[in-house]
Design a protein around this ligand. Structure first.
Ligand SMILES: [Zn+2]
Length: 511
């Protein structure tokens, strides 16, 4: 920020979601904001810093609408895990973290996202048994240090995984019941007070790193707690984010507990609004989507994680038809194993195309790109500031190397960005007018030193979390027979007709 001179980017090919071709355009930046985009030869102040973008394809920074900063140290730790096994593994793969570990886990994810063309994210981060001012500050500092934008939401609940699923605790042998008792969370009021304190003492520029509130999964919280989370978020004018109808087991628990879908229940509680984001929404029915659309709410679509955890394929076309704002995310590296938004875009396109023969219902690559930029920006509460390379938007810009093999030949800009690009062509990345990746390296980061630090941390955590790992190994078979049992109960979401499946609700509710 010390340099007050303007920046002019000349000669790059600028992607346009509505067009096959990327025309050459010059981009003028003042401070952290794009002030003009125009044809080659655009006027600029004589002392402007010039960036030569010939042989570069320029696209707005991708925006990750749903990820978990704490998950980055757990990449690759699981394979054949359902969502419920992932939750049961949490104390092992996320446990025992010091303040510095929390920073490091968040930081390495920020570095990965920047290197893969992503400039902002919605991070749902967790601390046990409740969030702390220092912990959230450490995570915020990781994004500020990396030079990336983030919405940082402590993922909070009142009930542990074992308490949240009716009947699961009883399915455990008494000895294990006693052991999982140590996984109890803090009382809701203590958690709410910690979040309030964190937001009151927030020291980051909210245009770069801002707080939000994420009651993790509705049935892991009391209704009173959910309502208080919404009141808190709205008092501080920040976002609300929750995992809703992600797995079928979750849906069945929701129906049993509420007598209606989780979305219908959240609507009754007053949570839905333009500030509310549904994580996943794989099992939303059309009425749920209509409610979300009517409230101007968002869905963060995470196709990679939805497949990896066996949750299924979300019907994004039906969401868009009901005016739901859709963003795209990677989900945590503990269940998608990377934070690659190019891969998420590609999967979002593929997943839409596997769901039926009617090509009109498939997502276009332009729609996918719009979701991963403008749609995600709106979910983050950064609508009309992020997600486009246009006058008035923040200068969050990715420069792809058109000599990379992904672009040989260069036939169609948007199709290739979504279906061909995998991050390998990312040459430089700018956030708020400042280069944070240059020539495929994160500016100012010593990757060898970071690797040493990460390995020391990994080795220490492996030892520290061994008891939690052993506990997971003892509960695994119980969780993995009880929860799939729930998921096998009849429940049908009609994908292609308008009809609903009311009788399956009723059948469950009567039990
Ligand atoms: Zn998630």
């Amino acid at each position: 920020m010390a340099d007050k001179r303007a920046t002019i980017i000349r000669g790059g090919r600028l992607i346009n979601p509505g067009r096959d071709r990327a025309e050459t355009a010059d981009i003028l930046i003042n401070g952290d904001t794009i002030t003009e985009v125009g044809p080659p030869g655009l006027a600029a102040p004589a002392d402007a810093i010039a960036i030569d973008a010939r042989d570069r394809l320029i696209h707005p920074g991708l925006i990750n609408a749903h990820m978990h900063g704490h998950g980055n140290l757990a990449k690759g730790m699981g394979d054949r895990w359902t969502l419920e096994l992932l939750l049961a593994a949490g104390p092992w793969i996320t446990g025992g973290r010091t303040l510095e570990d929390k920073y490091l886990s968040t930081y390495v994810g920020a570095i990965e996202m920047l290197l893969k063309g992503c400039t902002a994210c919605y991070d749902l981060t967790v601390e046990f048994p409740l969030p702390s001012v220092e912990g959230l500050d450490a995570c915020g500092r990781a994004y500020a240090d990396a030079g990336m934008r983030a919405v940082l939401a402590p993922m909070v609940a009142e009930f542990s995984f074992y308490e949240a699923i009716p009947g699961l605790m009883d399915a455990l042998p008494p000895a294990l019941q006693k052991e999982v008792e140590r996984l109890r969370l803090a009382p809701g009021d203590a958690t709410l007070a910690a979040m309030r304190q964190s937001m009151q003492s927030w020291r980051f520029d909210r245009a770069s790193v801002r707080p939000a509130v994420a009651p993790t999964i509705p049935h892991h919280c009391s209704d009173d707690f959910m309502r208080k989370c919404a009141v808190l978020a709205r008092e501080f004018d920040v976002g609300l984010h929750s995992h809703v109808q992600e797995s079928k087991a979750q849906v069945m628990v929701g129906l049993k507990r509420y007598g209606k879908t989780q979305t219908a229940h959240l609507d009754d509680l007053g949570l839905l609004g333009p500030d509310f984001t549904v994580g996943h929404g794989v099992w939303l029915d059309h009425d749920d989507m209509q409610r979300l659309g009517d409230h101007g709410a968002s869905v963060a679509h995470n196709p990679g994680s939805n497949m990896r955890l066996g949750n299924g394929l979300a019907d994004v076309r039906a969401m868009l038809e009901r005016k739901v704002n859709v963003g795209i995310g990677t989900d945590g590296a503990n269940c998608s194993d990377n934070l690659n938004m190019y891969e998420s875009m590609r999967l979002a396109s593929m997943v839409s195309k596997t769901q039926g023969p009617d090509t009109d219902r498939w997502l276009t690559t332009g729609e996918v790109l719009a979701a991963a930029t403008e749609g995600s920006a709106r979910a983050l509460g950064f609508g009309e500031k992020l997600g486009r390379v246009a006058s008035g938007y923040k200068a969050d810009i990715v420069f792809l190397d058109l000599h990379n093999v992904n672009w040989l030949p260069f036939n169609n800009a948007v199709n290739q960005l979504v279906h061909t690009e995998d991050g390998a062509a990312v040459h430089s990345v700018m956030v708020g007018g400042r280069m944070v990746v240059e020539d495929r390296r994160v500016v100012g980061v010593d990757m060898a030193a970071l690797a040493r630090r990460i390995e020391e941390t990994r080795a220490r955590l492996e030892g520290a979390t061994l008891p939690n790992k052993q506990l997971f190994e003892r509960v695994e078979h119980v969780v993995n027979s009880f929860c799939p049992g729930l998921a096998k109960m009849p429940y049908h979401v009609d994908r292609f007709g308008g009809g609903h499946h009311g009788h399956t609700h009723a059948a469950w509710v009567k039990r």
